[in-house]
Design a protein around this ligand. Structure first.
Ligand code: GLN
Length: 288
């Protein structure tokens, strides 16, 4: 690459380079904005300006690293957007996915349509970066929100996000529902996007996922069902009357998770919901 290139030329070069390495072209724009330290609208007014040499160097290095190793752009820039807010992420937490915004949105709509005025207690199991817990706490009134995770490193990220976004969350470290059971806490909602990919599927995942998202957040024993089994087993100890459960699931797991729920919560109404791509993505249970 020659020196004194204009921004649009840098962008063209990088987009083509990424495409040739089977990476997404739009990563170029995200990274160049990041290294220039400007927002999207400012970025578009600068297209004919020359990119300073030191920025060009950092940018080129990042583009090459992403192309070669698959390091996610979110790990380079340090954040991902979720439900309109910026959440810090690193290699200790799963990068939030748009499917999980749909899960959160379902819960928000459901709680907003609930006419009872009492405070609802919610727990997000395996909170990771805290996206589910924090978004619910910020979008809803009259809620008390817990977030649990077995990973102390993940909880550090979640706490940092909670502080940055000014959300009040009760974070607890521990396995699935155990921290709540230990304290005798009862809840109205259990929400979770647990690890649900079968270990056998590891080889089929993209390098950006399998080499950078933490295995603890991706994979589960028992054909991907282990986390659901563990959480569901303990639901009777923590759910209030009329309590509700919302799980994100892998697209083939709807019936298996439904039947696990039915075994433990035999009086509940259970529905499988699809995401915007018409894939089974959520299982919801309502207790009478
Ligand atoms: N949805 C994620 C993926 O497909 C997996 C997250 C999870 O296991 N909860 O990469």
């Amino acid at each position: 690459m020659t020196k004194a290139m204009k921004q649009f030329e840098v962008l063209e070069w990088a987009s083509l380079f990424l495409q040739q390495h089977n990476r997404e072209r739009n990563v170029a724009e995200i990274l160049l904005q990041h290294f220039l330290g400007v927002d999207r609208s400012k970025f578009y007014t600068m297209m004919r300006e020359t990119v300073p040499e030191h920025i060009l160097q950092s940018f080129q290095q990042a583009i090459q690293e992403h192309a070669e190793t698959g390091i996610p752009v979110q790990h380079i820039i340090g954040y991902e957007m979720f439900y309109g807010r910026k959440f810090a992420v690193n290699e200790q937490v799963l990068i939030p996915r748009p499917e999980t915004e749909e899960l959160v949105d379902y819960v928000i709509q459901n709680i907003q349509h609930d006419t009872s005025k009492e405070t609802k207690t919610i727990v997000d199991i395996g909170t990771g970066s805290g996206v589910i817990a924090i978004t619910l706490a910020l979008q809803l009134q009259n809620v008390r929100v817990y977030g649990t995770d077995i990973s102390a490193e993940a909880l550090r990220v979640a706490k940092q996000n909670g502080k940055q976004l000014e959300a009040t969350i009760q974070f607890r470290q521990g396995d699935f529902l155990k921290p709540l059971m230990d304290e005798g806490i009862k809840v109205d909602w259990v929400i979770s996007n647990p690890p649900y990919i079968a270990w056998e599927e590891e080889m089929t995942l993209q390098d950006t996922v399998k080499n950078f998202d933490p295995s603890l957040a991706l994979f589960a024993k028992e054909n991907g069902l282990y986390a659901y089994q563990q959480i569901i087993r303990d639901l009777p100890h923590v759910l209030n009357h009329g309590g509700k459960v919302a799980f994100e699931i892998g697209e083939t797991q709807g019936e298996a998770v439904q039947s696990l729920l039915k075994q433990t919560l035999s009086t509940s109404t259970i529905t499988i919901k699809q995401d915007i791509n018409q894939k089974d993505r959520m299982v919801i249970a309502h207790l009478p």
